[in-house]
Design a protein around this ligand. Structure first.
Ligand SMILES: N[C@@H](CCC(=O)N[C@@H](CS)C(=O)NCC(=O)O)C(=O)O
Length: 320
């Protein structure tokens, strides 16, 4: 079957599978109110959906409001995501001291047997999962916790009112074509399906390249928004892993003049760079998706030095 454990981001019709745990923290919510140091984030440095949330957390200055636990990047399929604090860059489950992530899901439903995904937004007060949908978590971090930001009043808005329609439109475009597009190339089981998915992916990247010729960022030209975070979380894994693992090899990101420069700019922001761990990214991807990499060997290359070279994206800004 096309959608085995390795590739279950999408259902049989090719639609994104949203999770069912989707409570939204707000002052109006009967239980889940915004509070300092009440919530916890479980994540993997390998997983792009976790990266979106971590970048949002850092850009919003909320590291002191939320604590985090980091899972192991080596996943034993019979246990699923698990904690191995002895692995570099990983932690124990700092809230419940569980061994596996599945046990966290079982706090909400003791018979839980569904998909166990990351990231997880967890409530330490009631000891249950609040939400497991990265897009929802990004929005909550953007709007509900500003009073706890270490940046004080001078806060950044990743989903500004005037651009919400455009942001939603871009998000809806890049999710199936790029964010999931890479996995669709990797899960294709015949030449025709692969070719189709490959073309959709690279046409979409070209479209992003065109936008970035005109504007510094995807929406609203000179301010980073959640759309940039979502695109970046895929781009940063592209040359390092997707290109080879999922055969997305028409062009490397470093060969797109705009996309490469844009990826560099974002990567060089210290808040963003602190969320990127190439060791975790490569070891997770090349070992988890063992259907396309049965020996689970992790390539040593490629050289990613291009990410550290100087970018000139500030020249694109209307207000530089
Ligand atoms: N609903 C999720 C999707 C998250 C997701 O698919 N996470 C992947 C890792 S990047 C996962 O946990 N996969 C494990 C599995 O499917 O078994 C979101 O966007 O937050």
């Amino acid at each position: 079957t096309t959608n085995d454990l390795n590739f279950n981001y999408v259902d049989k019709q090719g639609n994104y599978k949203k999770s069912s745990l989707r409570e939204i923290i707000s002052n109006e919510h009967p239980v889940f109110k915004p509070e300092n140091n009440r919530y916890h984030i479980y994540h993997s440095f390998g997983c792009p959906f976790s990266t979106r949330v971590l970048i949002t957390l850092k850009l919003k200055g909320l590291e002191n409001c939320f604590d985090t636990s980091v899972v192991d990047y080596i996943v034993n399929k019979s246990v699923g995501w698990a904690f191995t604090s002895t692995t570099e860059g990983c932690t124990i489950d700092r809230v419940n001291n569980f061994k596996t992530v599945k046990e966290i899901y079982q706090l909400n439903d003791k018979n839980y047997n569904g998909r166990v995904t990351l990231p997880i937004l967890f409530d330490k007060k009631t000891n249950v999962i609040v939400n497991t949908e990265s897009s929802d978590i990004m929005r909550m971090l953007n709007s509900e916790f500003n009073q706890f930001s270490s940046f004080g009043k001078e806060k950044i808005d990743l989903y500004p009112k005037e651009y919400q329609d455009r942001i939603n439109e871009i998000n809806d475009f890049i999710l199936p074509t790029i964010n999931l597009g890479v996995y669709k190339c990797g899960s294709a089981e015949n030449q025709q399906d692969y070719t189709e998915k490959f073309n959709i992916l690279f046409d979409a990247l070209e479209r992003m390249e065109e936008i970035l010729k005109r504007d510094r960022y995807l929406v609203g030209s000179d301010k980073i928004t959640e759309s940039d975070i979502k695109l970046f979380s895929t781009l940063i894994r592209f040359d390092a892993a997707y290109l080879q693992l999922f055969k997305c090899n028409k062009r490397q990101i470093k060969e797109f003049p705009m996309l490469s420069n844009y990826t560099r700019e974002l990567y060089q922001m210290k808040e963003i760079q602190s969320t990127i761990n190439f060791h975790h990214i490569k070891y997770w991807l090349f070992t988890f998706f063992d259907k396309v990499n049965p020996l689970k060997l992790v390539p040593i290359g490629p050289d990613l030095q291009w990410l550290n070279e100087t970018h000139n994206r500030h020249l694109m800004s209307k207000y530089y």
